[in-house]
Design a protein around this ligand. Structure first.
Ligand SMILES: Cc1ncc(C[n+]2csc(CCOP(=O)(O)OP(=O)(O)O)c2C)c(N)n1
Ligand SMILES: *[C@@H]1O[C@H](CO)[C@@H](O)[C@H](O)[C@H]1NC(C)=O
Ligand SMILES: *[C@@H]1O[C@H](CO)[C@@H](O)[C@H](O)[C@H]1NC(C)=O
Ligand SMILES: *[C@@H]1O[C@H](CO)[C@@H](O)[C@H](O)[C@H]1NC(C)=O
Ligand SMILES: *[C@@H]1O[C@H](CO)[C@@H](O)[C@H](O)[C@H]1NC(C)=O
Length: 581
C-alpha cells in the first residue's frame, strides 16, 4: 500500500492538516482498517502530528488504535469490520455530488480479501446506479488474505470484468508503480458519469526480503527481521530524507450549513381518538422536517410505501435516496451521508431487516455516527405476512448499541416528536413504528422528552402499574376498562424511550400501585422492554414484575388473533393483573 498511499496523500488528494475534516476537503476511507499504521504514518508525514507519536501505536492511552476510529480528528468513520467502507464512501460521494454539489472527491481503499463481502458489491451497484463519478475505489489486490490466498488471487481480468459489468470504470495498474498510479487517479478524476475502480496488482510485503508475497505474515510484527528489512528498504530509496511533502489545497466550495436545530415546520395536527398508524406519523413528521430544511434526507430499501418514508418526496424528491434491497449498504450510506454534519439522515425499512445490518449499526457507534434508523412493521401486530416480516428482535439490537437512543412511540403525536428529537440527538437513534392504526392519545402540544415517560392513566387506588408501548399500550388501556368494572384500578405508563428508560417514573408510579408491575410488549422477551424494566429495577427491592412477551416463532393471521395467541392482548393483561394481585 505504500505507493498507493503516497500518491493519494502527496499527489492526488486535496486536504489541509489544519482542518483535517474540513467540509470541502477530499475524503479518504481506509476500508481495510487493519492497515491503520500506514494511514497514521501518512498523516504524520503530512505534518498533522509528530512522527514520534507513531511509536504509541496500540498503547492503552493512545488514540492511534489498532483500527482507525474518529477519536482521531482525521478519521470520519471507524473501519476494521471488513466490507463496510465502500458503502460509507458512497454516502459521502452522494452528498458531495447531489447535495453539496462541491468539488471534493471520495477515495476508498479496499482489500482484495475484503472484496468477498457482499456489501462491497451492494455499494458498487449503488455507486454506478447513481453515477458517483466523484468516487474512486482502490482495490489492493495483493493476492493474500489473513489465513490463505484469496479466491481470485492475482486474476486481474476477473476483477476488471466484474467492475465493468457493475458499471464502474476499471483501471488495472501495477500498484507499485507510482507513475501508473498517478495516471490512474488522474483518469479517475476526469471520468464523468461513473465511479472509477483502480485495481492495483500488488505484492504483500513488497521488498521485504523473505516476506514478500509469502503466507503467514498477515498482522505479524517483524521482530528481529525489522532491522534488516528497514535497511533494505532504505537502500532502495532515492532522495531519502526528502520529507516536507505538502498536501494539495482544496477549493472551499461546500456550502456552509447548520443542521443543529432542525424542527417540525408545524405542530402535530391530530384529534384525540383518531386512528393513525405511527408509521404514517413518521412520514408526516418527515414532511414537516424536510419542509424546514433541505438537509433532512430519508433513505429506504424499497419499502418506502410501507414505512411511509416516501412522504418526503412530496416536499422534494431529491431529499429521498432509494437504496434498493441492500440493507447493509442502506445503513452504510446513511452513515457516510451524515459524516461531517452535512445532512440529518433517516434510514428506514421493516424493523426486522435492520438485523442483517447489525454489524454496520454497531460500527456506527464506534464511528460516533448520528444516523437515525426507523423500523416499521414491528411485532406480531403486522398480521398475515408472518414471522419473517415481524420485527421481534429490533429492541434488543438497538438497545445494545453504546450511546443509542431508542424511541417507541405509542401514538401519532408522540411519533412526530420522536422524529423531531431524533433529528437533533447525537449518536445512533432508533424509532420503532407500528403497522396498525392506533388511537391518538396525546394532545398536539404535549411535550415529550428523551428519557421521560408519560403516565396515561392513574388514580389514587391503583393496584398494579402496567407498562406497554406501541400496540400493547392500547391493549393496556382496554384492559383498564375491563378491570375497572371489577373495581380494580391500574396505572398505565408509556415509556416513550426504551433507552434511556425513565427509571424514576417507573419506581415512583410502581410505588403508588402496590409495587406490582406488568410489562407487556410486542417483541421477544430477550432484550425487550420487559428486560429493560427488570434491568432498571435490579438494585431496587420489593417490586414484583410480570412480563408478557412473544415467546415463540409466531404464525400468520389477523393482528388481533396474533396478539391473542401470543398472550399480549388486553385479556392477557387482565389475567396478568389478576394473577399478580
Ligand atoms: C468482517 C471481518 N471478517 C474478518 C476479519 C478478520 N480479518 C482482518 S484482516 C483479514 C484479511 C483481509 O484480507 P485483505 O482484505 O486481502 O487485506 P490485506 O491482505 O491487504 O491485509 C481478516 C480475515 C475482519 N476484520 N472483518
Ligand atoms: C406498496 O407497494 C406494494 C407493491 O405494489 C403493495 O403490495 C403494497 O400494498 C404497497 N403498500 C402500501 C402501504 O401502499
Ligand atoms: C410546506 O410548507 C408550506 C408553507 O408553510 C406549506 O404551504 C406546504 O403545504 C408544506 N408542504 C408540505 C408538503 O407539507
Ligand atoms: C417472555 O420472555 C421470556 C424470555 O425472556 C420467557 O421466559 C417468558 O416465558 C416470556 N413470557 C411469556 C408470558 O411468554
Ligand atoms: C384476547 O385473547 C383472549 C384469549 O387469551 C380472547 O379470549 C379475547 O377475546 C381477546 N381479547 C380481545 C380484546 O381481543
Amino acid at each position: 500500500m505504500a505507493e498507493i498511499i503516497s500518491v493519494l496523500f502527496f499527489n492526488t488528494m486535496r486536504y489541509d492538516t489544519s482542518s483535517p475534516k474540513h467540509p470541502s476537503s477530499d475524503r479518504f476511507v481506509l476500508s481495510k482498517g487493519h492497515a491503520a499504521p500506514i494511514l497514521y504514518a501518512a498523516w504524520a508525514e503530512a505534518g498533522l502530528f509528530p512522527a514520534s507519536d507513531l511509536l504509541n501505536l496500540r498503547k492503552i492511552d493512545s488514540d492511534l488504535e489498532g483500527h482507525p476510529t474518529p477519536r482521531l480528528n482525521f478519521i470520519d468513520v471507524g473501519t476494521g469490520s471488513l466490507g463496510q467502507g465502500l458503502s460509507v464512501g458512497c454516502g459521502m460521494a452522494y452528498v458531495g455530488k447531489y447535495y453539496d454539489k462541491a468539488s471534493y472527491r471520495v477515495y476508498v481503499l479496499v482489500g482484495d480479501g475484503e472484496s468477498a463481502e457482499g456489501s462491497i458489491w451492494e455499494a458498487l451497484n449503488f455507486a454506478s446506479y447513481y453515477k458517483l463519478d466523484n468516487l474512486c475505489v482502490i482495490f489492493d489486490v495483493n493476492r493474500l488474505g489473513q489465513s490463505e490466498p484469496t479466491s481470485l488471487q492475482h486474476n486481474m481480468d476477473v476483477y476488471r470484468n466484474r467492475m465493468a459489468s457493475f458499471g464502474v470504470n476499471p483501471i488495472v495498474v501495477d500498484g507499485h508503480d507510482v507513475g501508473e498510479l498517478i495516471k490512474a487517479f488522474d483518469e479517475a478524476s476526469k471520468t464523468s458519469g461513473k465511479p472509477t475502480a483502480i485495481i492495483a496488482k500488488t505484492f504483500k510485503g513488497r521488498n521485504f526480503p523473505g516476506i514478500e508475497d509469502a503466507e503467514n505474515w498477515h498482522g505479524k510484527p517483524l521482530g528481529e527481521k525489522g532491522v534488516q528489512v528497514i535497511k533494505h528498504l532504505e537502500s532502495l530509496m532515492k532522495n531519502s530524507g526528502a520529507h516536507n511533502l505538502k498536501p494539495k489545497a482544496f477549493t472551499d466550495d461546500a456550502p456552509k450549513i447548520d443542521i443543529s436545530s432542525i424542527k417540525l415546520a408545524s405542530e402535530p395536527d391530530y384529534k384525540i381518538g383518531d386512528k393513525v398508524a405511527t408509521r404514517l406519523a413518521y412520514g408526516n413528521a418527515l414532511i414537516k422536517l424536510a419542509n424546514n430544511s433541505n438537509r433532512i434526507i430519508a433513505l429506504d430499501g424499497d419499502t418506502k410505501n410501507s414505512t411511509f418514508s416516501e412522504k418526503i418526496k412530496n416536499v422534494n424528491p431529491q431529499q429521498y435516496i432509494e437504496c434498493f434491497i441492500a440493507e447493509q449498504n442502506l445503513v452504510g450510506i446513511a452513515m457516510g451521508a451524515t459524516c461531517r454534519d452535512r445532512v440529518v439522515a433517516f434510514a428506514s425499512t421493516f424493523a426486522t431487516f435492520f438485523t442483517r445490518a447489525f454489524d454496520q449499526i454497531r460500527m456506527g457507534a464506534i464511528s460516533q455516527s448520528n444516523a437515525n434508523f426507523v423500523g416499521s412493521h414491528c411485532g406480531v401486530s403486522i398480521g398475515e405476512d408472518g414471522p419473517s416480516q415481524m420485527g421481534l428482535e429490533d429492541l434488543a439490537l438497538f438497545r445494545s448499541i453504546p450511546g443509542s437512543t431508542v424511541f417507541y412511540p405509542s401514538d401519532a403525536v408522540s411519533c412526530e416528536r420522536a422524529v423531531e428529537l431524533a433529528a437533533r440527538t447525537k449518536g445512533i437513534c432508533y424509532i420503532r413504528t407500528s403497522r396498525p392504526n392506533t388511537p391518538v392519545i396525546y394532545e398536539n402540544n404535549h411535550k415529550f422528552e428523551i428519557g421521560k415517560a408519560n403516565v396515561v392513566q392513574e388514580s389514587d387506588t391503583d393496584k398494579v402499574l402496567v407498562i406497554g408501548a406501541g400496540v400493547t399500550l392500547h391493549e393496556a388501556i382496554k384492559a383498564a376498562i375491563t378491570l375497572k368494572k371489577s373495581g380494580i384500578n391500574i396505572r398505565i405508563l408509556d415509556p416513550f424511550t426504551i433507552k434511556p428508560l425513565d427509571k424514576a417514573a417507573i419506581v415512583k408510579n410502581a410505588e403508588k400501585a402496590g409495587r406490582q408491575i406488568v410489562v407487556v410488549e410486542d417483541h421477544y422477551g430477550e432484550g425487550g422492554l420487559g428486560e429493560a424494566v427488570c434491568g432498571a429495577l435490579s438494585m431496587e427491592t420489593d417490586f414484583r414484575i410480570k412480563r408478557l412477551n412473544v415467546s415463540e416463532v409466531p404464525r400468520s393471521g389477523p393482528p388481533d388473533a396474533l396478539l391473542e395467541k401470543y398472550g399480549i392482548n388486553s385479556s392477557a393483561i387482565v389475567q396478568a393483573v389478576l394473577q399478580i394481585l
